[in-house]
Design a binder for this molecule. Structure first.
Ligand SMILES: Nc1ncnc2c1ncn2[C@@H]1O[C@H](COP(=O)(O)OP(=O)(O)OP(=O)(O)O)[C@@H](O)[C@H]1O
Length: 704
């Protein structure tokens, strides 16, 4: 057994326990600090344990298979792991080390040192339990460690125009992560919303002859409607025009004034209204054009309030050095490090000329800079409806965030300005900021300001929500830029979802219906005994899990599709259709093969559910599960062996239609509707004529 301490921040133990692959009898470890048995490792091979304490003792009972002797040996061990030392221990279950201190520390846990740079190392998941302030282990009334929520956010989208495929891209990725974390048993708080103040919004509303609030209401509705169409399972939708948010922004602002981090000064600089940001001349293109929006910046002079960002130069440098996972992927960290190394300049935190915003406390002539306002939406979203709108109450709802998912265009705000402001307000820092790449059109960022957008609603209407979710997460390596092509979209979605998954399931269910009355003849565990296919599936599932944890959605998709690929190869090699014809033991083997494939399909459905939930639900229904079973799946269900003998499959039906079939079907439906419309119109006309005749008759009668 291998035990490794994944990260060693001051206060979080992040421990990974792996069992030897061939030891299928390994039992769960029991962490004595937790005082309770940990859940069974999800696949019998691996267990991640994150606890908010400096040290942990793990009691493990372990059963070894002794090769050659055909027997088993049980042994126990106690491992004591301390987070204060970096260690990567290989421990066999016969080694023993324990600490009495550990048991004597009581239930209330440990006090932690406050640290400005509180983000942790590790994956977003590992970072989730970061500690930055004076605090205690979170335990419930029985002294058990409570897991903190996984708080993840999308940007709060600017409502200058309706959403487009770029906005949908971040939100789909966040939804996949939220679904994955829920499968892992985490309590997830998935925050999205809209950023509704600022000059650009006021201008957009004026252009439509609307007042800003009506404009915001309309566009916020567009976002919510799109998230519904895309099956986005957000928990909180925060709008920055919400009065509770306003109260929290003002309190935050007042806190940083009290810290001495705000001062009054004049500023002159080049301003990009589309970025709502003063730009550094060095980063502009020819004619002082913004590199993102390709429009000239305006020279502006204002008296503003400034935030002393330069004061946080050193703490930010330390944060980025000590916690390289604070910014991901690593090449974005390099960008951020070079900005910081280039020297941080104070930035203006208010606007004198913008009325549509939150007034600066004690100076109603100025409004708070829209970016400060927007960032705080992540905190105010955590406020519970029944609580007073105070910063402390909002923070108690789950701050700090585990993961901010954003596009690379707004990296500087999230990875430089935001942590500095949080440090100023004595609030904890988010664990990870992940800046993904751009969806591009002709090499330029697709965006509302440029107007070169792809309409997600059109894609959903034509191809369905799962196809859209799958294509963008599978096709573009998360972090890099990517272009959309309809040809590529059709090819990928058809090949992976319709041909590889859909056909495999349909073929297998067809055979099962024909030869076994749609009923499994044997448990999936027994069917796969000594079968290397099962091991292969388990390896791919484990790969997918790690890929999800690292936000490598394309690799996670690839790993899961490989399960179905392997299933297709298996079926073609084993040719169960000919074995059934031979009868006797050959037919028994064939029936086993079908169970093996169907179990792999079930696992595929669990593992791909963060990406294409509708398709996976259909697979579960085809496998004969009742409607609600899919709603309660967990990652633990990727373990082999859930399908049991006697389970009756549903009538085989295609779970995913090829795009051309879908389009043909739509065309036929349209024609049929048109035809029935024509018939209806004819009938209506006939009816009207009859009615006219009747009226005429009546009038005739009347005339008589
Ligand atoms: N082309 C894109 N590719 C990927 N993500 C995008 C794209 N456009 C917007 N986003 C997502 O939306 C965020 C920006 O939100 P915003 O509301 O400012 O949209 P925008 O279309 O970029 O606006 P604008 O064009 O006015 O700058 C990005 O950080 C990213 O999360």
């Amino acid at each position: 057994m291998a035990v490794s301490l994944v990260s060693t921040p001051t206060s979080t133990c992040s421990i990974s326990i792996s069992y030897p692959r061939n030891d299928s009898l390994a039992v769960s470890p029991r962490a004595t600090k937790l005082g309770r048995a940990l859940p069974r490792p999800y696949n019998g091979h691996h267990h991640d344990l994150i606890c908010k304490c400096k040290s942990i003792g793990i009691f493990t009972s372990h059963i070894h298979h002794i090769p050659g002797l055909g027997g088993y040996r049980a042994s126990s061990s106690m491992l004591f792991i301390s987070a204060t030392h970096s260690m990567d221990a290989e421990a066999s279950s016969s080694s023993y080390s324990s600490s009495r201190n550990f048991a004597n520390r009581g239930r209330r846990g440990y006090r932690h040192q406050q640290r400005a740079a509180s983000a942790c190392t590790g994956t977003p998941e590992e970072n989730n339990n970061n500690e930055g302030g004076e605090g205690e282990v979170d335990t419930d009334k029985n002294g058990e460690v409570m897991s903190l929520p996984f708080v993840l956010t999308t940007p709060l989208y600017y409502v200058n125009a309706p959403p487009h495929m770029g906005s949908a891209y971040t939100t789909i990725a966040a939804d996949a992560m939220a679904r994955f974390q829920r499968l892992q048993g985490k309590k997830v708080v998935f925050i999205t919303g809209t950023d509704e103040h600022g000059e650009k919004i006021a201008m957009a509303a004026a252009a439509k002859g609307q007042n800003p609030k009506d404009h915001c209401d309309r566009i916020a509705c567009d976002y919510q409607a799109l998230w519904k169409d895309l099956d986005i399972t957000y928990d909180k939708f925060i709008r920055t025009t919400n009065p509770c948010h306003e109260a929290i922004v003002k309190e935050f602002y007042t806190r940083i004034i009290a810290k001495g981090d705000i001062y009054h000064a004049d500023y002159e600089g080049l301003y990009c209204v589309n970025c709502e940001e003063y730009k550094d001349g060095k980063e502009l293109l020819e004619d002082e054009c913004c590199p993102i929006h390709r429009k000239p910046c305006e020279l502006r002079k204002e008296d503003n309030y400034f935030f002393s960002l330069s004061k946080y130069q050193k703490p930010l440098e330390e944060l980025l050095t000590a916690n390289p996972n604070f910014v991901q992927p690593p090449y974005r960290l390099n960008e951020v490090q070079s900005w910081v190394k280039g020297g941080l300049r104070d930035f203006s935190i208010s606007r004198a000329t913008v009325e549509w915003g939150i007034p600066v406390p004690n100076d109603s002539k100025q409004t708070i800079y829209v970016w400060v306002d927007a960032m705080l939406g992540y905190v105010s979203a955590l406020l519970k409806d029944e609580n007073e709108p105070t910063l402390d109450n909002a923070v108690a709802g789950g701050w700090p965030a585990s993961l901010h998912l954003i596009g690379k265009d707004i990296l500087r705000f999230h990875a430089v300005y935001w942590p500095a402001m949080l440090m100023s307000a004595n609030l904890k820092l988010p664990a990870t900021v992940f800046g993904h790449g751009f969806l591009t059109k002709d090499g330029l960022k697709m965006g509302k300001s440029l107007g070169n957008v792809l309409e997600p609603k059109d894609l959903i209407d034509r191809f369905g929500c799962d196809a859209v979710r799958y294509f963008f997460l599978r096709e573009i390596e998360f972090g890099n830029d990517g272009d959309y092509s309809e040809e590529r979209f059709t090819n990928i979605v058809n090949a992976h979802l319709a041909n590889t998954i859909g056909n495999l399931l349909n073929r297998t269910l067809g055979l099962l219906k024909r030869y076994c009355q749609s009923t499994l003849t044997i448990d999936s565990n027994s069917a796969a005994e000594y079968n290397p296919f099962k091991e292969h599936v388990m390896e791919l599932v484990e790969k997918a899990r790690l890929d999800y944890m690292n936000l490598s959605f394309n690799s996670a998709c690839e790993a899961v599709i490989d399960i179905a690929n392997a299933g297709n190869v298996y079926l073609d090699e084993h040719t169960p259709w000919s074995l059934f014809k031979k009868g006797d033991s050959s037919a028994e083997e064939a029936a086993k093969d079908l169970v093996v494939i169907l179990e792999a399909m079930r696992i595929t459905a669990v593992a791909l559910s963060p990406i294409v939930p509708r398709l996976c639900r259909k697979i579960y229904l085809q496998l004969g599960y009742p409607k609600n079973d899919f709603e309660s799946i967990s990652w633990g269900d990727t373990a082999w062996g859930a399908l049991k003998a006697g389970q009756v499959m549903a009538e085989p039906e295609p779970v995913f239609k090829r795009i051309e079939d879908l389009e043909d079907e739509k065309l036929k439906n349209m024609k049929a509707t048109k035809k029935s419309g024509k018939n209806k119109t004819k009938a209506q006309q006939q009816g009207t004529e009859n009615a006219c005749k009747l009226t005429n008759n009546m009038s005739t009668i009347t005339e008589f």
